[in-house]
Design a protein around this ligand. Structure first.
Ligand code: ADP
Ligand code: MG
Length: 285
């Protein structure tokens, strides 16, 4: 295959007037090709790329850019309270879980296998961060995700049912490939909690490819008490655990103690000898 003619050489970009090419690329919705074709043409000529090589690089740029845009959009739509990636998660601080235990939840089989995960443990041990990291991996694999606290979910569904908008609001939580339900059991719920939560879990389970990632500070066996319905809670747990598991996290709170930082002062212990925080200490807050 012959190399591309250098820019300005007879025949360079001659077949299609630049304006025609621009218009065509616009029409085909190829913005990245449109932005880069001229600069890549110069590089192609300088490095004697073949025509297919030039075309391939342009196409790859377009795909790369589309992927980045899709990931950014899906991450925004997921409504995460913060973004943490698995690579940013410090497994040397959180020793009660090994990265390899998360293996089954890291690939496309999270969605295709409808795998569910309950992360249980005290506050600050990284439950929410890990769920977000797993959902973000799924987004990178092409999925869409949604984050909701259990309190919000129950509130929205209860409201929807009383306003006759049940199906529309339920659909919001059935459609995303990955659903995070955060903080099951933290707050007291109304008497309808289990009856509105059950259809979400059940219908996602029946679809077979709609995983749910949950965090809880309670032993899941105690959900019957917080959701005010032991039978429905058992049914919820049964569906979650059919293709999923509970992973228990323990240890110190990352909020209170980060590696490399001193542990927090004991409650009631004066912050400085004079009791007035130093400028450095104020700056750290
Ligand atoms: P939990 O949900 O268990 O209460 P979070 O996941 O909200 O805890 O963690 C609290 C904060 O500490 C978050 O900002 C989170 O990103 C961070 N964090 C927790 N554990 C780790 C960890 N092992 N490595 C890095 N950041 C962590
Ligand atoms: Mg949390």
């Amino acid at each position: 295959m012959s190399a591309l003619p250098s820019p300005g050489a007879p025949g360079a970009s001659a077949a299609l007037p630049a304006s025609g090419l621009e218009a065509g690329l616009r029409r085909l919705h190829l913005p990245t090709v449109r932005r880069h074709y001229a600069e890549l043409e110069r590089q192609a000529a300088a490095e004697s790329w073949s025509y297919p090589e030039y075309l391939e690089r342009l196409v790859l740029l377009e795909i790369e850019h589309r992927t980045e845009t899709r990931i950014a959009r899906a991450t925004h739509q997921a409504g995460f309270p913060f973004l943490k990636t698995l690579e940013e998660f410090d497994f040397t601080f959180q020793k009660s879980i090994q990265r390899k235990a998360l293996g089954p939840y890291l690939g496309p089989e999270l969605v295709s296998g409808g795998r569910c995960l309950i992360l249980a443990g005290p506050p600050g041990v990284g439950k929410t961060a890990l769920c977000i990291a797993l959902a973000y991996k799924a987004i990178q694999h092409g999925a869409e995700a949604r984050f909701v606290t259990c309190t919000d979910l129950i509130h929205q569904l209860t409201e929807a049912r009383s306003r006759g908008q049940w199906s529309a609001v339920l659909a919001r939580y059935l459609e995303p490939h990955v659903l995070i339900i955060d903080e099951v059991g933290y707050l007291g719920y109304g008497p309808d909690a289990a009856s509105v939560l059950f259809p979400v879990i059940d219908q996602r389970y029946l679809k077979g490819n709609r995983p749910v990632l949950l965090t809880t500070n309670k032993d899941p066996q105690q959900w019957g008490q917080v959701l005010h319905d032991p039978d429905l809670s058992a049914a919820i747990l049964d569906r979650l655990l059919h293709r999923g598991e509970v992973l228990k996290l323990s240890g110190r709170s990352y909020r209170q103690y980060r590696p490399g930082q001193p542990p927090p002062a004991e409650p009631g212990f004066p912050e400085t000898l004079s009791g007035i925080p130093s400028r450095d200490e104020k700056a750290q807050r």
